[in-house]
Ligand binder design. Structure first.
Ligand code: FAD
Length: 537
């Protein structure tokens, strides 16, 4: 089998590429996804988020390496393994980050990725229910809408933010500065999740004769001949016969921030000493592959609720589900249409900062262990994360076997000057102030986490080391940058330096984390990449 373009991974980026490239009937496109089709209804019902963690088949089920600076803990990292990738299992918050993020990318050598250059691609992707203006689009495939029926606790959070001197905002995507509190817009429409698959791979797109979609097919490596990528090999373990898919023009690697560097290294493209130690023939010594791993680390302030207005599980859950189901069927609204993390905002750990460095995700619910465990009773919590970590880590291979999980080491809180810990200390103070605001007086029960016993600086510090966790935004493991930047394996046009016919297009390519959630930025990256590819073809 041979195609013009072979796309590895049908996640946020891969679905965009498949749609945009196959729009040209003169080219052939093959989209290869390791996971299955997105048939599980819990994917499509926004509230399904609360139970998605229980479906092991939808996730790669990664656990990170023992975190030296967090008492050796090994946080769980869910990543979507299904059509739509992580956009099929994420919390649907639509937040792009700030102008300074993209201008920062450009200053780091990612020429052409400054805010003014990327804004048109956010708009191109978007179909915002509020209508079009200079910052929002309506003609794109990606539905963005407001929560139709926010929970009273989410509204209390917004009020609490104003009571703690944060401005009210009705749009976190104004670009310049996101400081404030409000309700998030979400990638949903009419009570359904707008995953990248649902948005970009409609039935009409899937029916295009020049687009071939393969699911449950694991790409084990990229084939390279004479420093040119020629295709991919599919198949399981070393002994299994593999199938080869040829790429006449380009292989586009969109396997996400963990698997894209993994596939590159399995193909012999990565740090030579690491590959040699594993007996993998070196095709290209690319020391930056797998390096620079960054993530938003998070602390959670959690309370019992004294009332049943939140989204809790109790003896009457069957009755409530029936009521929620009826409302969803009638109006596509209510709890089942909720992404749970309806409200949130951005704040500064220090007033002299130019832009916020803390993000809040408020949940009118208690979620334990990434939704993998049931929590009985009513409660609410605010996740508070550090947007610009100085600690960065790496992805390495555990083995040359393509089915082995890679070693994921974010090296959380490893920065020597304790900047990241200080931001989380401040984030904890912010979270407690928000939860303690008068707006929650009618609802607030006992503080579960950190808990009344955790008060001194030392106690809070220990609690952070014992509980801080991912908010699911790994990036920057195959970063783009200037031609002479050895730590950046990609040129700003996302081509792998030193290998022809190969680009990486997904969250890996971000030179630095953005100050917000990463789905919309990844979709923007793929929109811009599709334009670059089509212009060059
Ligand atoms: C639980 C969770 C909640 C989140 N919440 C939000 C949120 O509310 N808002 C937001 O903006 N962002 C959120 N994110 C982050 C966001 O979804 C991701 O940043 C984004 O989806 C990354 O897109 P990607 O294309 O880089 O990777 P992915 O979407 O993960 O796609 C990679 C795809 O490649 C496939 N693949 C990997 N390896 C192979 C292989 N060897 N062969 C074939 N296929 C392969 C994978 O199965 C997957 O489908 C969340 C993420 C998670 C996991």
């Amino acid at each position: 089998m041979e195609f013009d373009y072979v796309i590895v991974g049908a996640g946020s980026a891969g679905c965009v590429l498949a749609n945009r490239l196959s729009a040209d009937p003169d080219v052939t496109v093959c989209l290869i996804e390791a996971g299955s089709r997105d048939r599980n209804p819990a994917i499509h019902l926004p509230f399904g988020l609360a139970v998605l963690g229980k479906f092991d088949a939808l996730s790669w089920g990664y656990t990170v390496e023992p975190q030296t600076h967090m008492k050796g803990r090994q946080p769980f990292w869910p990543r979507g393994k299904v059509l739509g990738g992580s956009s099929s299992v994420n919390a649907m918050i639509y937040a792009r980050g700030m102008r300074a993020d993209y201008d920062g990318w450009a200053a780091m050598g990612a020429t052409g990725w400054d805010y003014d250059s990327v804004l048109p691609y956010f708009l191109k992707a978007e179909d915002n229910a509020r209508g079009a203006d200079e910052l929002h689009g309506v003609d794109g495939p990606l539905s963005v809408s407001d929560p139709a029926d926010p929970n009273p606790l989410s509204l209390a959070f917004v009020e609490a933010g104003q009571q703690t001197q944060l401005p009210l905002t009705n749009d976190f995507n104004r670009g310049e500065d996101t400081e404030g509190v409000g309700l998030y817009q979400t990638t949903t429409r009419r009570g359904l999740r707008a995953s990248a698959a649902r948005s970009y791979l409609s039935d009409a797109v899937q029916a295009r004769p020049n687009l071939h979609i393969m699911t449950q097919q694991h790409v084990r490596r990229i084939t390279v001949e004479g420093q040119r990528a020629t295709g991919v090999e599919l198949g399981g373990t070393g002994d299994e016969p593999s199938q080869r898919i040829g790429a006449r023009r380009e292989v586009l690697l969109s396997a996400g921030a963990i698997n894209s560097p993994q596939v590159l290294m399995l193909s012999g493209i990565g740090p030579a000493n690491h590959l040699q130690a594993l007996g993998i023939p070196v095709v290209l010594d690319a020391p930056g592959v797998g390096q620079g791993l960054a993530d938003h680390l998070d602390v959670i302030i959690e309370h019992h609720a004294t009332t049943g207005v939140g989204l809790g599980f109790e003896w009457n859950i069957g009755f409530r589900m029936a009521r929620w189901g009826a409302k969803w069927l009638r109006q596509r609204e209510g709890a089942l249409a909720s992404n749970v993390a309806e409200a949130g905002g951005f704040a500064k750990s220090s007033p002299d900062l130019d832009i916020p460095d803390i993000q809040f995700h408020f949940l009118p619910a208690r979620i334990k262990d990434h939704g993998r465990k049931w929590v009985w009773g009513y409660g609410f919590c605010v996740h508070c994360c550090n947007l610009y970590p100085k600690s960065t880590g790496e992805i390495r291979l555990a083995s040359p076997d393509s089915t082995a999980k890679p070693l994921i080491d974010p090296q959380y809180l490893s920065d020597p000057d304790d900047h990241d810990l200080d931001v989380l200390m401040s984030a904890t103070r912010w979270g407690r102030a928000l939860m303690g605001a008068p707006a929650f007086d009618a609802y607030r029960g006992e503080e579960i986490s950190p808990g009344a016993a955790v008060q001194t600086r030392e106690q809070v510090r220990e609690w952070i080391l014992e509980t801080a966790d991912t908010v699911y935004h790994p990036t920057s493991t195959v970063a783009m940058g200037a031609a002479d930047n050895l730590n950046a394996p990609l040129m700003p046009d996302l081509r792998v330096k030193g290998i022809a016919g190969l680009r990486v297009i997904d969250a890996s390519v971000m030179p630095r984390l953005v100050g917000g959630n990463t789905n919309a930025p990844t979709i923007m990256i793929a929109e811009k990449a599709a334009d670059l590819i089509r212009q060059e073809a």
